[in-house]
Design a protein around this ligand. Structure first.
Ligand code: ADP
Ligand code: 5GP
Length: 204
């Protein structure tokens, strides 16, 4: 069986990652999502085990000691990390999987899994990002200010990514991500088994 694709998605807080990915999973339910472990408090509307496993700092540090994380980072005072096994299993089973991480997490994944395809979600402007982040109404003014500071530094690192998707119109941005995933499924490295099958049939 051929290996599944690993897609890393990043973008500043409020750029629309959750909005785009939830639309994407409706259109492409076969694509898997990597559930992160996090020590930040649960937001209104979030559910345990959907996007995150909410754990204590002690539990996170134990996972680190057991080398169970593919990558991790501290973002605005909290630990965020990607458990290794679900990502490697999905890829081994031929499933495409999306990992949503910040820019530091993306760098760690590229180093460990160079075959990963990385996508950066850009807001149409900085003003629009601030409007969306405040409009979401899930963070205090202080946290919003910290996240806007972090956004500047993250957008500067967008050049490290394979693809840039501007989230202006939601449907267009979702289609852009689907095209990236579809294109990657057609790459030689993911289709070698078909060439082998055809040649083996002729030769046998
Ligand atoms: P992230 O997951 O990147 O932090 P969200 O998906 O939570 O961002 O989006 C932040 C806010 O912006 C949400 O209130 C969402 O409804 C809104 N939003 C997302 N994409 C768009 C868009 N293309 N146009 C207008 N508002 C958007
Ligand atoms: P939020 O608190 O808004 O859900 O996420 C804050 C930031 O952490 C976002 O940039 C998000 O992409 C990133 N993030 C989410 N999960 C992970 C993870 O497992 N690892 C890393 N490094 N970053 C993550």
């Amino acid at each position: 069986m051929n290996k599944g694709g690993i897609f890393v998605v990043s973008g500043p807080s409020g750029s629309g990652k959750d909005t785009l990915l939830s639309q994407l999973f409706k259109k492409c339910p076969e694509i898997k999502f990597s559930i992160s472990s996090v020590t930040r408090p649960m937001r209104a509307g979030e559910k345990e085990g959907e996007k995150y496993n909410f754990i204590s700092r002690k539990e996170f540090e134990e996972m680190l000691q057991r080398d169970e994380l593919l990558e991790h980072n501290v973002y605005v005072g909290n630990y965020y990390g990607t458990p290794k096994t679900p990502v490697l299993n999905a890829s081994k089973n031929g499933d495409d999987i999306i990992i949503e991480v910040d820019v530091n997490g993306a760098k760690q994944i590229r180093e460990k899994l160079p075959q990963a395809v990385s996508i950066f979600i850009m807001p149409p402007s900085f003003a629009e990002l601030e409007k969306r982040l405040s409009g979401r109404g899930t963070e205090t003014e202080e946290v919003i200010a910290e996240r806007m500071n972090s956004a500047l530094f993250e957008i500067e690192r967008a050049t490290e990514y394979d693809y840039i998707v501007v989230n202006d119109d939601i449907d267009t941005a979702v289609d852009d991500i689907i095209q990236i995933i579809s294109g990657s499924r057609l790459m030689l490295k993911r289709q070698k088994h078909i060439i082998d099958e055809v040649l083996n049939y002729v030769k046998s």
